[in-house]
Design a protein around this ligand. Structure first.
Ligand SMILES: Cc1cc2nc3c(=O)[nH]c(=O)nc-3n(C[C@H](O)[C@H](O)[C@H](O)COP(=O)(O)O)c2cc1C
Length: 202
């Protein structure tokens, strides 16, 4: 078990427990066409309200124009590490349903599609790191995104590299224990704030 594996009260599927968001990616790794299409299929087959599929994605492979344009939109902290990833994929959501009415659940659906993509990356032995730290207006302009679509995230995907290849200021964050709010402060029953408690000692 990797030291990055989630410390869960009981076992969860290894794909979920072992997924994490690294910063150290292998700059020599390239993704196969089959792996790439597998990632895109995982996102495409996400569920969505009324099967509206509000997501669209812009896909860049390291070295191509799309990748360079996506990389240029990243905030400086993300530019420190994300350029070694094999892929940068922007998730963009429709803001309206096809009949023109506002689609209030669109971001929920599109986030779910990215989650599926991230888990599929892990299933392929790759890693994914989502980023909200980018300039959405720059992304809109540089890649021609229409007004009724909104960029939500850019995800770096690639093969893991050693933590000590990172700049010093990022190294410690790569190995620190992953943490989450406790179950009892997250899951409620009989009213807001009352812990939903369940025996989990076997
Ligand atoms: C929508 C979203 C935006 C994020 N934005 C950034 C970001 O801009 N830069 C970054 O380094 N990590 C970013 N992250 C990664 C989170 O910091 C990370 O998922 C969280 O700390 C939990 O760590 P884990 O994914 O390893 O479990 C983002 C994650 C999500 C889901």
């Amino acid at each position: 078990m990797s030291p990055r594996t989630a410390n869960t009260a009981v076992a969860v599927h290894p794909l979920l427990a072992e997924r994490w968001s690294p910063r150290s990616f292998d700059a020599r790794h390239t993704i196969t066409d089959e792996q790439l299409v597998s990632l895109l299929e995982a996102a495409r087959w996400a569920p969505s309200a009324h099967n509206s599929q509000p997501w669209r994605f812009l896909v860049g492979r390291r070295g191509d124009t799309t990748y360079q344009r996506l990389f240029a939109t990243l905030l400086s902290g993300n530019r420190l590490w994300a350029g070694n990833s094999s892929l940068l994929i922007a998730a963009v959501t429709a803001e309206r349903l096809e009949n023109g009415t506002p689609h209030h659940g669109a971001a929920y659906d599109t986030g779910l599609a990215v989650a599926q993509l991230a888990v599929q990356a892990h299933a392929l032995g790759l890693h994914a790191h989502q980023m909200g730290g980018f300039d959405p207006e720059q992304l809109r302009t540089s890649l021609g995104i229409p007004d009724d679509y909104r960029p939500l995230s850019v995800t770096a995907i690639g093969a893991l590299a050693a933590a000590d290849l990172l700049p010093q200021e990022l190294r410690d964050r790569e190995t620190v224990a992953r943490e989450r709010r406790p179950l009892a402060e997250t899951f409620f029953a009989e009213g807001w704030g009352n812990s939903f408690l369940v025996r989990h000692d076997g």
